[in-house]
Ligand binder design. Structure first.
Ligand code: THU
Length: 157
């Protein structure tokens, strides 16, 4: 038997103001995207913004539905929109932020497992790392690649 280990690392910032200009712009777009949330059940508004390879930013927000499984997270709304509208572009970075009635959480919002899997596959499609920025009121986390938040991605088919 060999004991193995998976390690992860990320950067922590005090606010989006400390990010580089590109990431700050993406984070600001994610915060703006919260306004598009439709969350009549959870009242938790999530915004996401994806940077694609031509520099454009595609926004998304969570959309809920009375038939609960029919809704969709902000991150997948943004990524599927980017994938559908710009199929020949790569997704380079994604930022996300959430909060009850749009009041940003203290701790950075962390993406659900299904969104991580979708991020991982678009990263594989691009063949380049996709960074993930998680925004909280007084704390921001940046992961350089999706592997850092989802090791051992399912990509066997
Ligand atoms: N939500 C997201 O938009 N992204 C996540 O990564 C986790 C959860 C949404 C789904 C639902 O509309 C609300 O937040 C509460 O779970």
């Amino acid at each position: 038997m060999i004991q193995k280990e998976i390690k992860t690392s990320f950067e922590e910032y005090g606010s989006i103001e400390e990010l580089n200009a590109e990431d700050r712009e993406l984070a600001t777009e994610a915060i703006t995207a919260m306004q598009g949330a439709y969350a009549p059940y959870s009242h938790f508004h999530v915004g996401a913004a994806v940077r694609i390879s031509n520099g454009q930013i595609v926004r998304g927000a969570n959309q809920e539905n009375a038939a609960f499984p029919s809704g969709l997270c902000a991150e997948r709304t943004a990524m599927f929109a980017a994938g559908a509208r710009y199929p020949d572009k790569e997704m380079r970075s994604i930022a996300l932020v959430g909060g009850v009635y749009g009041r940003i959480t203290e701790q950075p919002a962390t993406p659900c497992g299904a969104c991580r899997q979708v991020m991982a596959q678009y990263q594989t499609k691009a063949g380049k790392p996709m960074s993930v920025i998680m925004i909280g009121a007084h704390k921001v986390w940046k992961f350089e690649k999706v592997d850092d938040i989802l090791p051992l991605i399912f990509d066997s088919i």
